[in-house]
Ligand binder design. Structure first.
Ligand code: PLP
Length: 360
């Protein structure tokens, strides 16, 4: 018997190498990678049935540190190393710090992280700590932290790697490239969570670059979703005390808000708000289909369902919901929102059998 031929899989080189001609990399840029990018785009049967559209989920939680932040961080840290910087610094609701810590460790740079005390999910804290970042928790929110590190980065010999660093958005464009590469065109709608408003802006840049180069014939309507308790762009003014259990988007002064609004307008989409209840329902709906995304990510799906209820989703159109981060980042939310109890039994077959008969 001849053994079955295994399919030849080419090694994925990471986004800097894969999308080299689209990014500001040259011979002097270190070939930094943790294997970021090339994330799955899977069809959601439940959401397709519920909306009548063809709904796909872009699983950005499959990136090396569990969120899309890796796409921009790999470029920002590589360019910091190229420029001879010794340290990177960021404010973070969690995922930026996890990503910065990992890529700084990979590149041999130091990493300094400023967090809002008490509002960072456990998994994200654990990541930054194990990668050896210098961490400080401020008695304030993310917006306070970003304001302070922006000022300090101007005076100290460190590179700021928040998404106000334009390299972050350039790297994050690669997710839009991948969506187009996978579908052969751009989707009709893109649904995406909005926190600091960098990622929606990066996707729009990416879709626009591909369309201008003639690689795809179309660009999607861009729909961004803020948490209702932190919906500065929807309200039209900053929110000084943002509140939502979706901590990744608990941001009241979105730094790239102007870009996000421009993208929504130019594309015929919009920026909308979804409540924590809508986010929680979407989070559980996704989990019921086998997809574990963190609460902030579920805002994209909550938003799609809201658009559908308002009659704004056309039958058969193609929609991509971006699931920005991995559910494992925030185990506390999962434990809180999971239904059912966990039973404890003695190690006795009869007891276990009776319990099983009860649940089956
Ligand atoms: C950072 C982040 C967001 C928000 O992205 P912005 O670029 O700040 O709008 C959403 N979801 C997750 C999981 C994130 O880590």
């Amino acid at each position: 018997m001849t053994p079955k031929q295994t399919p030849k899989v080419r090694r994925w080189p990471g986004v800097l190498a894969a999308y080299r001609e689209w990014l500001p990399v040259n011979e002097d840029t270190p070939p930094l990678s943790l294997g970021e990018g090339h994330t799955p785009l899977i069809r959601s049967d439940r959401l397709s049935d519920a909306t009548g559209a063809e709904v796909y989920l872009k699983l950005e939680g499959a990136n090396p540190t569990g969120s899309f932040k890796d796409r921009g961080m790999v470029l920002a840290v590589a360019k910091a190393a190229e420029a001879g910087s010794r340290a990177v610094v960021c404010a973070s609701t969690g995922n930026t710090s996890a990503s910065a810590a990992a890529y700084a460790a990979r590149a041999g740079l130091r990493c300094v992280i400023v967090l809002p005390h008490g509002y960072v999910a456990a998994g994200k804290l654990a990541q930054a700590r194990i990668h050896g970042a210098e961490m400080v928790a401020l008695e304030g929110n993310f917006d306070d932290a970003l304001r302070l590190v922006r000022r300090l980065a101007q005076e100290l010999p460190v590179t700021l790697v928040n998404s106000v660093n334009p390299l972050r958005l350039q790297g994050q464009q690669t997710a839009a490239f991948e969506v187009c590469d996978a579908l052969g065109r751009a989707p009709d709608k893109l649904c995406i969570p909005v926190g600091n408003a960098g990622n929606i802006s990066a996707y729009w840049m990416g879709f626009s670059a591909y369309a201008e180069a003639g690689i795809v014939p179309n660009r999607p309507q861009m729909y961004g979703f803020e948490a209702a308790g932190a919906a500065a762009l929807v309200a039209g003014h900053p929110i000084d005390h943002p509140e939502t259990f979706a901590t990744a988007i608990r941001i009241g002064h979105p730094a790239s808000g102007h870009l996000a609004l421009a993208a929504a307008q130019a594309s015929g989409g919009g920026i909308r708000a979804v409540t924590d209840e809508e986010i929680a329902a979407a989070y559980r709906l996704l989990a019921g289909e086998g997809v574990f995304a963190e609460p902030g990510s579920a805002a994209s799906v909550a938003g799609l369902l809201q658009l559908h209820r308002q009659g704004r989703v056309a039958s058969g159109e193609t929609v991509v919901c971006v699931l920005t981060g991995n559910g494992l980042k925030d185990p506390d939310s999962a434990m809180r929102l999971a239904s059912g109890e966990m039973t404890v039994l003695p190690a006795v077959e009869r007891d276990l059998q009776r319990w099983l008969e009860g649940v089956l």
